[in-house]
Design a binder for this molecule. Structure first.
Ligand code: SAM
Ligand code: SF4
Length: 328
């Protein structure tokens, strides 16, 4: 395999690319979608599937071995299976993953797996139908649960449930999610609530991983698992099967081992989720940039990558796009 060329100014090698395929979503989660909604981008502002595949091939030749499709809700974009098929054919990729709200998953899970998708993260923040409707601002709980059970049945190499934990909103369900992980022998990831534009974040609503861990340990024997050094999660095996993980973006940042790049739906590279600098590849491609030109722009985005993101309060007060616009 060719050496990784995606090295930033602090020596971090990048092997993981998150690609947002759309800014649209069929849910309106309070922690993600700005309260007043968003104006969706026009079709021609988004990268086409051909453009995404061209860039993915370039990134893979430079060192990317894992791609995650995200959004917005990736499954609301028509013809997503074509993109999965084309990305699934890139030899350098070991992992082709997707993060989805699972509303449309039940009927497509099997097909996507057959086309090369081998890892799935599904967002679920509550097991209560009423609470789901309050958080997601749409009544889609039954569809989501059907999608989750379809995915469990398909047997993906990796299947994770993402729960954004918010004090006073759903933190009383942490144990129920640990029970779900143990019962189905899957991974549940508890995510600390992060601040984005207009997303109702306050520091008082952050539940830290130490509190969640202490709660779960009241019922389960947990063993810390050895992670790959760039993993953002702290993973714990549950005695008897299943595992729980914590994404500690707020209480303990993991910038020093960050190996991620993001490609936004409108074709910008974002080298840090919390840093506004972006370099637009779409416009360059549409003006006839060669693969070499695009490689140069990708390398320049790495030069701009900061060593670490600022503290949470500063992020909350600053300028950044909403999570749904960037691609989670
Ligand atoms: N629509 C898909 C979904 O919900 O899984 C993919 C996009 S969503 C933006 C990606 C992930 O970001 C989800 O797991 C979601 O829970 C998480 N997320 C969104 N806003 C967040 C926030 N303010 N803090 C922490 N995680 C957040
Ligand atoms: Fe949509 Fe996912 Fe954001 Fe919820 S978290 S509004 S499902 S993009």
């Amino acid at each position: 395999m060719a050496p990784n060329r995606l090295i930033d100014s602090f020596g971090r090698a990048h092997s993981y690319l998150r690609i947002s395929v759309t800014d649209r979503c069929n849910l309106r989660c309070v922690y993600c979608m700005p309260h007043d909604g968003l104006e969706w981008k026009k079709r021609d502002e988004l990268l086409t599937y051909e453009e995404i595949t061209r860039l993915a091939v370039i990134f893979a030749a430079m060192g990317i071995t894992k791609i995650r499709l995200t959004g917005g809700e990736p499954m609301v974009r028509k013809g997503l299976s074509t993109l999965v098929r084309d990305l699934g054919a890139i030899a350098e990729l070991k992992t082709l993953a997707m993060t989805t709200n699972a509303t449309l998953l039940a009927e497509h899970a099997k097909e996507l797996k057959e086309l090369g998708l081998n890892a799935l993260n599904i967002s679920l923040d509550t097991f209560s139908k009423e609470r789901f409707t309050a958080i997601a601002r749409l009544d889609q709980f039954d569809q989501v649960m059907a999608g989750i059970y379809a995915a469990i049945e398909c047997g993906f190499d990796s299947l994770k449930i993402n729960m954004v934990v918010m004090a006073g909103v759903n933190d009383d369900e942490v144990m129920a999610f640990a029970d779900f992980a143990a019962k189905h022998k899957i991974n549940v990831r508890f995510i600390e609530y992060m601040p984005f534009k207009d997303n109702q974040w306050t520091s008082a609503k952050v539940v830290t991983y130490k509190d969640m861990l202490a709660e779960i340990e009241k019922r389960y024997e947990l063993t810390r698992m050895v992670n790959d050094p760039s993993a953002v999660a702290k993973d714990y095996a549950i005695a008897g099967g299943g595992s729980v993980s914590f994404i500690t973006s707020m209480s303990e940042s993991f910038c020093s081992t960050c190996n991620r790049l993001r490609l936004t739906n409108d074709g910008s590279i974002k080298s840090c989720l919390f840093y506004p600098a972006e370099i637009n590849l779409r416009d360059a491609m549409r003006k006839g940039a060669s693969d070499n030109d695009l490689e140069g722009m990708i390398l320049y985005s790495l030069v701009q990558k900061p060593e670490a993101h600022p503290p949470a309060e500063e992020i909350a007060a600053g300028e950044n796009r909403a999570m749904i616009e960037i691609g989670g």
